[in-house]
Design a binder for this molecule. Structure first.
Ligand code: SF4
Length: 365
């Protein structure tokens, strides 16, 4: 789903497991586990929760050998592509290169060139891509000195250095991120870098903050870039349950009509004209629709001021009034009492989805 008001930059596609990143592949959504990776069962459980919420790719930190051994076990138990997040110790990357779907490294903190070379060779041998993660918080010391403080030029220069290292070993199977917690710096960095190279870009506002503030910050930062066609995969970084990162990631892509998943609820903010409790109905429906991944638009509008227009435009719509009116496919279907609102809308939506599914089966013959 792309209304084509956004023209995406066509980057060189790579594959993280079976998920294409870049080119014309859909913008993928990632999160990162926050369990102890050595706790195999807990980590598998969280990966499955993230997958159920709509994650395309999950990143798992691998800080030591024990976690590397656990990572291999985890990988055999899950179906979603896993990125191994590695810092400082090149041997960890060598250990997991045969099981990871992508290695996230920062050549700058791996150390001597021969160590970086060994990681690149392992990635080549296993046909695994690398994600270079440049971060304003861990810029090389000489760049900090040169620029005085982290800025977009420093981030871009750091990224280009890393690209040069990969180029030296003729390695093109990589994507990059240039993250900062500051929206302006992040947006400028990605804009500048995107003009220079065609590698896929992983977007994120790092350390964005709490659930609420971080969601807003990420939506603005990622939204600005995505609307300009920049970005092939995203992570919303929140100090919150990782599942929230996936939900917000989807909401960002859905808001820009870049991807669709699940029920899109259009609701009025409600006011004294409302003929039923709009907020309660919307919250309850959102909870009940969590298991649905098919795309459908549902309008919940409190009164006749905006109700008929929005309800007719949605797949299923409800306009509040002295008699609440249910619309299906643009036409009024029946009156619904306040007590039966949620149940009626839910069953109407599920009925429509079942019909859609059986129509698809018939169409496929
Ligand atoms: S649609 Fe009606 S109830 Fe909803 S905010 Fe507008 S005037 Fe108020």
């Amino acid at each position: 789903m792309n209304d084509s008001w956004i023209v995406r930059k066509e980057t060189k596609p790579i594959f993280v497991g079976d998920v294409g990143v870049g080119g014309s592949h859909p913008i993928s959504i990632q999160s990162m586990t926050n369990t102890n990776t050595a706790d195999v069962q807990a980590t598998i459980g969280q990966i499955e929760d993230l997958q159920a919420a709509g994650a395309d790719i999950v990143r798992v930190s691998v800080p030591d050998k024990e976690c590397a051994i656990a990572f291999k076990k985890i990988k055999t138990a899950v179906t979603i592509p896993l990125v191994a997040d590695i810092h400082f110790d090149y041997k960890i990357a060598l250990l997991v290169a045969d099981s990871a779907d992508c290695l996230r490294i920062n050549p700058g903190n791996i150390g001597k060139a021969d160590k970086v070379q060994q990681i690149i060779q392992a990635a080549k041998d296993n046909n695994v891509p690398i994600r270079i993660g440049v971060n304003a918080g861990s810029l090389e010391k000489d760049l900090q000195k040169k620029y005085g403080e982290p800025n977009s030029d420093a981030l871009v220069e750091s990224a280009l250095r890393h690209v040069e290292i990969l180029d030296r070993y003729d390695f093109q199977n990589f994507k990059l991120s240039l993250k900062a917690s500051n929206i302006k710096m992040t947006v400028e960095s990605y804009r500048k870098f995107s003009k220079l190279l065609d590698q896929p870009l992983h977007l994120g506002i790092t350390e964005a903050g709490s659930y609420r503030a971080g969601s807003v910050k990420s939506s603005i930062g990622l939204g600005l870039l995505l609307a300009e066609g920049i970005g092939d995969t995203i992570r919303v970084s929140l100090a919150s349950d990782p599942v929230d990162e996936i939900k917000i990631g989807w909401d960002i892509l859905k808001s820009l009509n870049l991807r669709s998943r699940g029920i899109r609820i259009i609701a009025c903010p409600s006011c004294s004209r409302q003929n039923f409790n709009v907020i309660e109905v919307v919250n309850e429906l959102e909870r009940r629709f969590e298991d649905i991944s098919d795309d459908l638009e549902v309008a919940i509008i409190g009164c006749y001021v905006n109700g008929p227009g929005e309800s007719k435009a949605a797949d299923v719509g409800l306009t509040g009034g002295p008699s609440n009116l249910l619309y299906v496919d643009g036409s009024p279907l029946k009156k619904v009492s306040n007590e039966k609102l949620v149940d009626t809308i839910e069953s109407q939506v599920r009925e429509k989805l079942e019909k859609k599914a059986s129509d698809n089966i018939i169409a496929k013959g």
